[in-house]
Design a protein around this ligand. Structure first.
Ligand code: URA
Length: 286
């Protein structure tokens, strides 16, 4: 007889999957099981399909044969189809016009209803910080605190991000911070590809206006949508990638670092790559 997954177990399972996602383990396959052990979900079932994310387009769902073993952290997931040509880079906006250019993008966002996330949001969380920042951080999407205040990274993960920025010898007001999606996903789940592809158009426009010298992708979701491909985070860290004309560095999401502080050392190593690219020296420790 099938069992029902209670809300607490489902929440714990979602949290665990999110934790694995931060590690870069983003694909899971269900092995054949005894039908009597199949668990029924209270709401919509979790699809077994593997989602292939193409850059800047709505991803299609691709059915794949299920391997017997699960994906290893260090395993590279090859792209399943060629990537479309990189989107056009908008003409550079003179520094003096960047604030108004960002305001125009915010006006274009409006009281957005382009994807389902709008139904659960309190506030749209647009990018925040200096329009002339040399360094830009990209997270995944607002949590409860951000949803309430309309500002990215103001909760516990935001406190840690502030500390990371300070450790780099910078002030939060000197950098620009944005997310892949601007509305809080229910229960802080990972944004669906359709949601991320829709909303990231506005992220890319902000990047085009600010033109940071270095972008830091915080976590697997930001890395996926900036790189236009999904790979385990572990294989993306520790080197310089590119997003259009901007150097891109991938590191752990602060929320993941709160759960596993042992990885802070690794994140600091990534931030030092960003500092090197920016010609910054870490301030002496207090
Ligand atoms: N996590 C994110 O990815 N973004 C925020 O703004 C806050 C938490």
């Amino acid at each position: 007889m099938a069992r029902t997954l209670d809300a607490a177990t489902r929440k714990a399972l979602e949290e665990r999957l999110r934790f694995y996602g931060e590690l870069g383990l983003t694909e899971f396959y269900r092995r054949p099981v005894d039908p009597s052990l199949i668990v029924e979900c209270e709401s919509e079932p979790i699809d077994d399909a593997v989602i292939s994310i193409a850059p800047h387009t709505v991803a299609e769902v691709v059915e794949e044969p299920r391997p017997e073993t699960s994906v290893q952290e260090d395993q590279t997931i090859p792209p399943r189809k060629p990537f479309p040509a990189a989107p056009q880079v908008a003409a550079a906006v003179p520094p003096a016009d960047r604030v108004s250019a960002l305001r125009l993008i915010r006006e274009d966002v409006g009281d957005c209803t382009r994807c389902a996330l709008h139904t659960g949001r309190t506030k749209i969380v647009f990018g925040d910080g200096s329009a002339q920042a040399r360094l830009m951080f990209v997270g995944e999407g607002p949590g409860a605190d951000e949803d309430a205040q309309g500002i990215p990274f103001v909760g516990r993960a935001g406190q840690l991000l502030n500390n990371m920025i300070a450790a780099m010898g910078l002030k939060r007001e000197e950098v620009y911070i944005a997310n892949v999606v601007m509305c809080r996903p229910p229960g802080n789940r990972t944004p669906e590809p359709a949601e991320a592809n829709t909303c990231s158009q506005f992220l890319f426009r902000q990047i085009d206006v600010v033109r940071p010298e270095v972008l830091v992708a915080l976590g697997a979701t930001a890395a996926t949508y900036l790189l236009g491909q999904r790979q385990p985070l572990a294989g993306l860290r520790g080197r310089v990638h590119g997003f259009r004309e901007t150097k891109l560095i991938v590191t752990y999401h602060p929320a993941f670092l709160l759960r596993d502080p042992r990885q802070k050392k690794e994140a600091w190593a990534d931030l030092q790559i960003a500092m090197h690219e920016l010609g910054l020296k870490a301030p002496p420790r207090a």
